[in-house]
Write a protein that binds this ligand. Structure first.
Ligand code: 5GP
Length: 190
């Protein structure tokens, strides 16, 4: 059976990445989420094995030592996130296309391993100012957290040119359409 392909999404927090991934998966049938592992605690309604595999720092370290990760990063201080080899390979072997929602460095590691079998998509806010307004409107973060997210966003934006494609999420409906066209074309070509 033909192996599946990998679509990687990375974006600064507040870029609308999750909304775009959800919309895309409604339009493209054979596109499956890979569940990452993390050492952070579950938030709100998150379910173990669905949103993430929630591991203790010790369990996470053991998996690093055992070489079970395709890639892993310390995305926030002391908070590790990693893509499990077994998860992704099982899906690809079944001919399933896999979507990863991971940070910029993790995305570049995946590209190194999978080359043309992986598409790196960077979702960009129209500007840092717009991003700041969105984070303020969302109302979930304190001003300090918002500023730290903005600093991180500026750093992440510097990686955009290393991605295969960038979608600027200014008008949501347009960004959805652009994402669909790019991913559909990638999955269709040999
Ligand atoms: P959150 O804690 O909000 O769920 O995720 C924080 C960040 O970690 C997001 O930018 C997300 O893309 C990234 N992330 C989630 N899973 C992985 C992973 O397996 N590997 C890497 N490198 N980053 C991840």
């Amino acid at each position: 059976m033909k192996k599946g392909k990998i679509v990687v999404f990375s974006a600064p927090s507040g870029s609308g990445k999750s909304t775009l991934i959800t919309a895309l998966r409604k339009r493209i049938q054979n596109l499956h989420f890979s569940v990452s592992a993390t050492s952070r605690a579950p938030r709100g309604e998150e379910v173990d094995g669905v949103d993430y595999f929630f591991l203790s720092p010790d369990e996470f370290r053991k998996k690093i030592a055992a070489g079970e990760f395709l890639e892993y990063e310390e995305v926030y201080p002391d908070k590790y996130y990693g893509t499990l080899k077994e998860q992704v390979e099982k899906q690809l072997d079944k001919g399933q296309n896999v979507v990863l929602d991971i940070d910029v460095k993790g995305a570049l590691s995946v590209k190194k391993i999978y080359g043309k079998q992986a598409l790196l998509l960077f979702i960009q806010p129209p500007s840092i100012e717009v991003l700041r307004e969105r984070l303020i409107k969302r109302g979930t973060d304190t001003p300090e957290v918002i500023e730290s997210r903005i600093d991180k966003a500026a750093y992440e934006l510097s990686f955009a040119k290393q991605f295969d494609k960038t979608v600027i999420n200014d008008v949501l409906e347009i960004a959805k359409e652009e994402t669909f066209i790019i991913v559909k074309a990638f999955l269709t070509i040999e």
